[in-house]
Design a binder for this molecule. Sequence first.
Ligand code: SF4
Ligand code: SF4
Ligand code: SF4
Length: 315
Amino acid sequence: MIGYMDKIKEISERILKEGKVDIIVGFRKGSLPMMNEPCVVKKAEDVKNLVWDSNCGINLVNYLTNRKEKIGIIAKGCDTRNIVTHIVENKIKKEQLFIIGVPCTGMIDKNKVASKVDSEIIEVTENENTIKVKTKTNEIELNKTDLLQENCSICVHRNPVVYDELVAELIEEPKDIDRYASVKAVESMSAEEKWNYFEDLISTCIRCYACRNACPLCYCPTCFVDESRPQWVGKGQDKSDIRTFHFLRAFHCAGRCTDCGSCERACPMGIKVRDFTKKLEKDCVELFGWEAGMTLKERPPLDEFKLNDPEDFIY
Ligand code: SF4
Ligand code: SF4
Ligand code: SF4
């Protein structure tokens, strides 16, 4: 994807100069390897700071909520699905946006890269299919496909679903992938095993809320965990409060989550928070034939009522 960089800069410069947009939301190089950071470019001469490679996993739609300017946004498949959800939920207007669509080949999991070396990484350079990792003592070349974030390795919607201009030809979407193997593994457990699995999963959660903050779906002015009147959830490390946070947040994302992985990428404790949302994604596919953000014409299933909705859960 590094080959997209020139085209991204060319489009961004052009639409800024033509006045089609006031700002571009994209990525710039971070201060640490593999840590590109979201940025806003306001002037055509600053377009040179934009970067694009396999470390752009943060979901930029988080920076669109309730904005009033005309915005150019660089968006991979999952981002465009979150843009659709934002439009449907009236958080941004389609007319405000110029979507620079990126056919995506997946983002790298920096923890997987770190696990391949035994000292601090000082530089990572990317080629089309490999990355070179330099440490204080060593330099190795790794295959990118072996290092993808878990969500990217099972992603079947890599192409943008809405866009104004593409940076490259659309790519062939992967086929024959079992997207829900991890969910099925948990579903096959006994009740006690499930309980233990989830207790273990969130046992190291420090309630920093980075997962929530990185998610474009979590745009409530006051999140239920921060509300104090009434106080829905305790503020400490009580286990039931931690469980409540994770379960409720996941249900708030039901039918809206695009499995972009931004939440998991942001977690400082390496917790697989997608285990919660992936189950609800699977349920939405099976119960309602619904995948988030694929159409501007319909609202998410938990947001509307249909006479033929399954109702086995009503007693
Ligand atoms: S989830 Fe899909 S579109 Fe999003 S970054 Fe991963 S591979 Fe790309
Ligand atoms: S980012 Fe990780 S540690 Fe922080 S609240 Fe979310 S799951 Fe817990
Ligand atoms: S819950 Fe996680 S994977 Fe789902 S949209 Fe939010 S950040 Fe992306």
